[in-house]
Design a binder for this molecule. Sequence first.
Ligand SMILES: [Zn+2]
Length: 242
Amino acid sequence: MKGKHLKRIFIIIIRKDYYFVQKKIVMIILDIYIMRIIITCYNEIGGFMNDKITIKNIFRHLHTVNKHRWKVFCLCCRVGIPLQGLLHDLSKYSFEEFFESVKYYQGTRSPIKRCKEVNGYSRAWLHHKGRNKHHYEYWYDYNAPQKTPMMPFKYYLEMICDTMAAGQTYQGKNWTKEYQLSYWNNVRDKAKLNLNMLKLLDKTYLEISKKGLNAVLKKKYLRKLYEEYSKEDKSWKKDIKK
Ligand SMILES: [Zn+2]
């Protein structure tokens, strides 16, 4: 059987009427070769011993992104925003975000954190938060009278799905319904966030830690929470008159 297969492959490589297949094979080999050159050049520019772009990490990171996007999509379907779930985090495939994340890939935590440790900031994160409205960092303008407007309801939903999926991805089997609340409590004081939004997130993560994901992750339930906290904030108007 083995000999038969080898013979067939040999015929494909040799015979003229398989020209189309031969061309495809050469193109694939060339693609891999060019990719290898680009990666080597990028590594030379970066020059870090531990943080290198490797073919293995390209596939690992791609898998992490796809897995995360799938989880977010499933959660988004639950809260009634499937299209948003489908389009979630697409900018992660862009050159700016993708290769930095491959370079600082660790598997157990976000590569952005590793990059910030090494360089003091992350270009991938700046690119990401500037384009994705489900991050509260998107809704911050230090130069505007109202620096942190309330996030629209649909992005609040996507943010909850995103944080839940990210927690589950990185925690794996250790993930519990209390995890997100403890994570949030560690970062909340540093967050530049609308005061109502801050209280809304406190409440949401507290509810999840008490009642679990299935009880809280419903559009109606989250709508009720959102309406409770999204009273119009006009305090910025007083500041502008001064
Ligand atoms: Zn995102």
